[in-house]
Each structure stands twice: as structure tokens, then as C-alpha cells.
Design a protein around this ligand. Structure first.
Ligand code: T1G
Ligand code: NAD
Length: 696
């Protein structure tokens, strides 16, 4: 018996079940049915053993996430697991590539496991707002013990095959072709007379004291604020030590279904596919190929330049940092070395790795030294005249097909491109600080940017471990443009009576990594101050920037000066509310004739999240972003938006567009503020009975 994705064959009395469901052998309905049918065939053929193996680059990478939210089709995965474990002859799973989620649960149901070196074994369900729903929380502790199982399932991070062997998760490392290696291993098992060995019947190893579970519950409550599945994971792993496997699995299934149907998991599944969709650029022919990139140059070794260079060095791409003078160059290279020392202390990289990265980084003050670069990323001062001067120089020294990218945060890339004779080779590459850490990269398509330049840069971004989002040219692109409306609401709420602490706590309890005022203090209030002055906006002339303007002129620049919206303890850097700021805000409110009042956390959350959604919808409508999920990916990876809320536009759909319009109209009524004029896209979608997700 065969079906389109599961092959069955009998070899020397051994039944070989091969799953072939590209790209990642996900456990679709056809795969589940195919496995059960193949096991029935093995029984019918009186096979002496069964080998489960996968074709392609990986073992099973989990349940088919695309099937979630659709009506369940039997056999469900728990049935498949039951069927594997109850087979009356030894069942071996041969693992290679990734054995994740339901894939590892299939392996746990097998009686023996072997893996090729380099295989990743993990239960990443928590990253999808789920928990292992086919026995993982009950069988893994039986093999590796409670603590190792708890760490694996709560972190969702895989372990290597080598570590899995140490933990007792697999029985052996094997080499070569998975099927051949598996057949060799199973013949040894048969020679040794190895019996079927149901994992579910094995006792749980090393059960810790109750205090351990209490500590885990507390840790999870603070680390996963507002999330459902982590607490259930602690409960289920703890109960695996006392409940018989059938009861443990039944409770696990109940918890799993609750999580699967939760808005959090829907949000995290949206994020999973949204982050993979950003690389698919509409409107570019599939035959446009990326150019090879063998060497890169970065102009300016300041806050951003150094971090940008580190990304290329770590990806094995030689990079040259260019500065105005030796002193600036030495300072920049020194900053890079210091960053690596910190990473080494934190155990992120080994000394050997760091030596390798540093050997990929060189420095110069002579532009002629980068004439053979394939890509140049400019990260000099945010000043149009300086950038134009640099691009004119690059246009002169770099080879004709060298791609010239700018890391500008706000400046008009079309204007910069126009200073060169090769505007089709000019593109925006907006990294986020710290550039060697933040995963987001806004790739900015200028009016004349060539398709193969875009394809090359999107691929290069993935090579250096970034999530690229292609955006159009406008002030602040996607992220900073949306930030403007968000930050403005935060300022207005302060003038209307909320405190910095109240605004930040409301947003952090809602899930933001950090509240808007604390972010302002972290980034430095002087950056915004300088940018407003560069735009010719007179200081304190605007209601929504009067407070930060005043703070900067009081030398309160934020964390870097020890005070901003908050005061910071010089030793611990602890953030403390500051009555002086409250007083100052009160006096500014008087000056702008604003009556202060009690403000609820709900109003704060509404105004900040709706400001993001409204601007995000306008950005999609203008085509600055290709799809709503791209806007979500920008905010999730660049601005600390909580992943379990899916992003500003996914959240808007969760609220419901009619409800969202209602809230905006009420705010328009209440405040008279034209910013609450809803983006036309909302009404259009409502009229067509569609959601933002329908545009993804
Ligand atoms: N279901 C459906 N599609 C999947 C998928 C999955 N599990 N995993 C990947 N894809 C698609 C993906 O969208 C992309 O499609 C293509 O495969 C290549 O993926 C009961 C309930 C395995 C490490 O969470 O982490 O099991 O964009 O670009 O970089 O307990 O994919 O080409 O159209 O990511 O080489 C648990 C999810 C599920 C693992 C490979 N499993 N996958 O990375 O390729 S829940 C996971 C990954 C579960 C049970 C529970 C990665 C990967 P497209 P890719 P990659
Ligand atoms: P920075 O002031 O820290 O560094 C700029 C560096 O450029 C300095 O070391 C300076 O010596 C060098 N430089 C100036 N003119 C030069 C020239 N002609 N040739 C070579 N080097 C030159 O600035 P930064 O914060 O790294 O910002 C750089 C760019 O990145 C700006 O456009 C900024 O808007 C953008 N950006 C900054 C951040 C951030 O958080 N700092 C985030 C994203 C983007």
C-alpha cells in the first residue's frame, strides 16, 4: 500500500515506511493516514521490524500548521502515535535534518531512535502558542527526565543529536543515507533480540522535589506574561511523573485543544507564516536571479556601521569599514571588538569563532580600497549633504554593478540615488539598533531600483540572518512612520493627565516589550530633538513634542544622561518616576489649555494600538508595504510588539474592523483630533465583508 506521500516496502522482513511530503514532511492528513495504513500492512506481512524514515532534507518538522483552524480529519495524530507505539515488533525512527513537534512525538512513539549527526530534535510548539499535543509532554520526561524535558518544551529550542544521545533521547548516532543506516541499525536490534519498547510504559526518570515545580510556575508566570500554553506545559510535565500515560495524554489533549483554539496561537501561527512570506516579493519575475556577493563595504563605523559590519563578518562575507580618519576608524573597530568581548563573556561565541569574524573585518580611510566591493552600505551622519557627498564618491570609485545601499532612517532615497549615475543600483537598507542583534531589515525600494538589486538584497539579508521586509519610500518608511503617530498619542496622554509610568505599565502589561516613554529614554531624546530641528520645526512649538523638547533643553536626554521621562539610579540604572516631570507636564498642559483628567489603562492601550493600526492600514493602501503581514513583521521584529498579539494589523482584525472603526470614531468625537479619521481601507474591507488578512 502506498499513497502520494507515504511509501511502504518490505526489505528482508523489515517494513520500511518512507514519508515524502516536501518541503518539511509535515504531518498532513495524508501522511497520518499513510503511516497507519503502512503499519497495518506491516502487521499483515508479519514484518519482523518497522523502520520509519523520511525522504528529502529533513525528518518530520511537525504537524501541518496549515491544517490548524480547519475541521480535524481522522486519524488524528494521537491515534497515529498510539498505533506506532502498539506495534507488536520493534519500530525504529531514523532522524535527520529536523525532528520537531509532532515529528519528535512520532519518534518518541517509536521503540528505538537513531539520528544522523547535525539533526535538530525539539518540541517548538510553545513558539506557536501551543504545547506538544500528541504525547510529547508525557513521553519526553520518560526518556530524558523531568528537568531536561521541561527546558526543552518551555524554551521550544531544539537539541543536537549529540546532546540527544547524552540525554537518552536517541539510542545511537548513525552515518550516511538515513534509510540504509536505519536498516543496518534495525538488523542489529533483531540480532540482539531487541523487543518492542513502548516509551509510554517506561517510568519517568529523576523526579525533582515539589519546590522545583513551584519555582518553574513562578518563572513561567513572569517570563511568559499573558500567555496560555507555558503554564500548562509546567502542569503537564509535572503530572507525567504521577499519571499513567493514557490519563496524562488525555489531559494533554484537552490543554492542547484549548491552546490551539486560542487567539494567541492564531496570532503566533500568523507570525510564523508572515515572517516566511516577507521574502516573496510580488511583481518581480521568478527568473530574476540574485547576484553573487563576495565582498562588502560599510561607510561609517559609528553606532550602526560597526554592528552592520559584524553581520557580514559572521556570515563569512569579508567586509571593509570606511571612516573619515584613523581615529574614527580605530574607535569604530574598537567598538566591534568590545561587542565581541561581551558576546564571548555571555557564551554566545567561542574565541575561535570571534577570531574568524574579526579576520573578515578590515578598515580603511581610503575609498579607493573598496573599488571591488559588490555591495556598499552607507551609515554616515543622518544629513542629506553628507550622504550626497558620500554617494557621489562611491559612484566614482565603485565598480559599475556595485549595489549602493543607504541605512538612512528618514531621508529621501530617491534624492540620494539621483546624485549617482546608477540610480537603478541604489536601495535602502534600514537596519535597527543594535544592528548586529535586531533581526529586522527594512529593504527600501526606490523609484528606479532594479529588480535584481532587490532580489539580491533580499537574499543577502537572509544570508546575514535578518528578516527582510520590502517597503517603499516615504518619511520613516514603515516602522518609524507608524512610530510617529504612536509616540504622539503617548505625549498627548501625558498632557491629558497620565503619567509616564502609567502609560508604560499599561503597554507592558498589554505585552509590549517596553513602553513608549522608556523606549524614548533608551534611544535618547536628543535624536528626535535633532531630527525636528533638522526639519525646521521650532522647539516647543508643537503640543506633542513640547515635553521632550523641554527635557532635552534641561539636559535630560534619557538613560545616557541619567534622566529623561524618568530618573535612573546611577549604579543599578533602575528606572524611577520623577515628580519634576509630572510637574513640568502639568505646566505644559496649562500652557496648551488642556484640562488634565483620570485616564484608564484601556484608553491608553486603545489609543496607542489604534494609532498603529490606522497608520499601518494607510501604508498598505499606499503600497508602501506589499501586504498587511509585512507591517506586522516590522513591528514584531523592530519595535517590541508582542508576538502573541500577531502584530498591529493582525490585532486590528482580532478586534474586528467594525469595532475598530467605532472606537476611532468615538475618539474622533471625544478629542476632535483629525488623526482619528479612519484609513479608507477599513471601510472598504467592511463593505466587501473582508478582513486585513484577506490582503496577505
Ligand atoms: N507545517 C506546515 N508548513 C510548514 C511547517 C509545518 N509544520 N514547517 C515549515 N513549513 C513550510 C514553511 O511555511 C515554508 O513554506 C516551507 O515549509 C519551508 O519552511 C501535535 C501541534 C523546519 C526548521 O513549529 O521551524 O507539531 O514559505 O522556510 O528555514 O505537537 O520551517 O516555502 O511556502 O521555515 O529550512 C511544530 C516549524 C508544529 C516547526 C525549516 N513544528 N518549522 O526551516 O524552511 S506544531 C514547528 C520550522 C506540532 C504537535 C504540534 C522550519 C524548519 P513556504 P522554512 P527552513
Ligand atoms: P553615528 O554618528 O554613530 O556614526 C556615523 C559615522 O559616520 C561616524 O563615525 C562618522 O565619523 C562617520 N562618517 C561621517 N561622514 C563620513 C564620511 N564622509 N565617510 C566615512 N564616514 C563618515 O551615527 P549612527 O547612529 O550610526 O547613524 C548612521 C546612520 O544610520 C544615520 O543615517 C542614521 O539615521 C541611521 N540609523 C541610525 C539608527 C540608530 O539607532 N542610531 C538606527 C537606524 C538607522
Amino acid at each position: 500500500m502506498d499513497n502520494s506521500v507515504v511509501k511502504y516496502q518490505l526489505q528482508d522482513h523489515v517494513a520500511v515506511i518512507t514519508i515524502d511530503n516536501p518541503p518539511v514532511n509535515a504531518l498532513s492528513h495524508a501522511v497520518r493516514q499513510g503511516i497507519v495504513d503502512a503499519l497495518e500492512a506491516a502487521t499483515g506481512d508479519e514484518a519482523k521490524a518497522v523502520v520509519i524514515v523520511c525522504a528529502g532534507k529533513t525528518f518530520i518538522a511537525g504537524a501541518d500548521i496549515k491544517e490548524f483552524g480547519k475541521p480535524p480529519q481522522p486519524p488524528g495524530l494521537p491515534d497515529v502515535i498510539e498505533r506506532i507505539e502498539s506495534q507488536n515488533v520493534p519500530v525504529l525512527a531514523v532522524l535527520h535534518g529536523n525532528a520537531l513537534g509532532g515529528g519528535l512525538e512520532v519518534a518518541l512513539a517509536a521503540h528505538y531512535r537513531c539520528a544522523l549527526p547535525g539533526t535538530n530534535l525539539g518540541l517548538p510548539e510553545v513558539k506557536l502558542g501551543l504545547l506538544p499535543g500528541a504525547g510529547g509532554t508525557q513521553r519526553l520526561p520518560r526518556l530524558v527526565g523531568i528537568k531536561a524535558a521541561m527546558d526543552m518544551i518551555l524554551s521550544g529550542n531544539p537539541v543536537s543529536a549529540e546532546r540527544a544521545l547524552e540525554l537518552g533521547l536517541i539510542d545511537a548516532l548513525v552515518e550516511g543515507n538515513p534509510e540504509a543506516a536505519g536498516l543496518g541499525f534495525v538488523q542489529q536490534l533483531l540480532k540482539d533480540g531487541a523487543p518492542p519498547r513502548p516509551t509510554g510504559e517506561q517510568p519517568v526518570q529523576e523526579v525533582p522535589e515539589p519546590a522545583y515545580f513551584e519555582k518553574e510556575r513562578l518563572r513561567v508566570a513572569s517570563r511568559f506574561r499573558g500567555q496560555l500554553s507555558p503554564a500548562y506545559i509546567v502542569e503537564l510535565v509535572e503530572k507525567s511523573a504521577t499519571l499513567p500515560i493514557a490519563e496524562g495524554q488525555a489531559l494533554e489533549r484537552e490543554r492542547f485543544i484549548e491552546c490551539r483554539n486560542s487567539p494567541q496561537s492564531a496570532a503566533l501561527r500568523h507570525v510564523f507564516f508572515a515572517e516566511r512570506a516577507t521574502g516573496k516579493v510580488p511583481g518581480i519575475a521568478p527568473d530574476v536571479v540574485a547576484r553573487p556577493v563576495a565582498q562588502v563595504a560599510v561607510i561609517g563605523a559609528g553606532t550602526m556601521g560597526g554592528g552592520i559590519a559584524m553581520n557580514f563578518a559572521q556570515a563569512g562575507v569579508p567586509v571593509t569599514l570606511v571612516e573619515t580618519g584613523q581615529e574614527a576608524l580605530d574607535r569604530g573597530l574598537g567598538l566591534v571588538r568590545k561587542n565581541y568581548e561581551t558576546s564571548q563573556k555571555r557564551g554566545r561565541f567561542t574565541p575561535q569563532q570571534i577570531d574568524g569574524f574579526l579576520s573578515n573585518i578590515s578598515g580603511t580611510t581610503d575609498y579607493a580600497d573598496i573599488s571591488t566591493a559588490d555591495v556598499v552600505v552607507e551609515a554616515v551622519f543622518e544629513n542629506m549633504a553628507v550622504k550626497k557627498e558620500v554617494f557621489a564618491k562611491l559612484d566614482a570609485v565603485c565598480k559599475p554593478d556595485c549595489i549602493l545601499a543607504t541605512n538612512t532612517s528618514y531621508l529621501d532615497i530617491n534624492e540620494i540615488a539621483a546624485t549617482t549615475g546608477r540610480p537603478e543600483q541604489v536601495i535602502g537598507a534600514h537596519f535597527f539598533s543594535p544592528a548586529n542583534v535586531m533581526k529586522l531589515l527594512e529593504v527600501v525600494r526606490a523609484d528606479k531600483t532594479a529588480d535584481d538589486v532587490i532580489v539580491t538584497f533580499m537574499k543577502l539579508a537572509k544570508t546575514i540572518g535578518k528578516i527582510p521586509v520590502l517597503v517603499g519610500v516615504c518619511h520613516g518608511f514603515v516602522g518609524n512612520r507608524m512610530l510617529k503617530g504612536y509616540a504622539r498619542q503617548a505625549q498627548l496622554l501625558l498632557l491629558e493627565g497620565a503619567t509616564p509610568e502609567q502609560v508604560d505599565n499599561a503597554m507592558q502589561n498589554w505585552g509590549m516589550a517596553m513602553g513608549p516613554l522608556a523606549v524614548g529614554d533608551l534611544a535618547g531624546l536628543d535624536i528626535g530633538y535633532r531630527s525636528r530641528r533638522d526639519q525646521g520645526i521650532e522647539s516647543r512649538s508643537q503640543m506633542e513634542t513640547a515635553l521632550p523638547d523641554t527635557l532635552v533643553e534641561m539636559e535630560r536626554l534619557g538613560q545616557k544622561s541619567g534622566a529623561g521621562y524618568y530618573r535612573y539610579d546611577p549604579d543599578t540604572r533602575k528606572r524611577m518616576a520623577d515628580s519634576e516631570v509630572i510637574e513640568l507636564t502639568r505646566s505644559l498642559a496649562k500652557k496648551w489649555d488642556i484640562t488634565q483628567r483620570e485616564i484608564s489603562d484601556e484608553e491608553i492601550i486603545d489609543r496607542l494600538s489604534l494609532a498603529l493600526a490606522n497608520e499601518g492600514a494607510a501604508i498598505v493602501d499606499e503600497g508602501i508595504a506589499s501586504r498587511p503581514s509585512d507591517v506586522d513583521v516590522v513591528y514584531l521584529n523592530g519595535y517590541g510588539f508582542p508576538k502573541w498579539r500577531g502584530g498591529p494589523l493582525f490585532y486590528a482584525d482580532t478586534l474586528g474592523l467594525e469595532k475598530l472603526l467605532e472606537k476611532m470614531r468615538a475618539l474622533r468625537e471625544q478629542t476632535g483630533d483629525p488623526c482619528w479619521e479612519p484609513a479608507p481601507l477599513f471601510s472598504r474591507l467592511i463593505k466587501e465583508e473582508k478582513t486585513l488578512a484577506s490582503l496577505n
